[in-house]
Design a protein around this ligand. Sequence first.
Ligand SMILES: [Zn+2]
Length: 73
Amino acid sequence: MRLILLAILVVLAGLIIWSLLKPSSPPAPRGGGKGDYEPMVRCQRCGVNLPQSQASRDTDGNWRCPAHRHEND
Ligand SMILES: [Zn+2]
């Protein structure tokens, strides 16, 4: 019985230490590229924010919404 209690204590201590040591903040919320999260970009022309996959870049590297994708300044 003592051994079981000791084992439980060791496991609990390990969990506490592990939770203290692991980084509290999740890795880079704005990094993009994985799964359900998509970075938002801003249309240089009208200023609307839209998902990066729906935007396109002009020759200057500015983001454009679909409505302004073929417009030039
Ligand atoms: Zn636009």
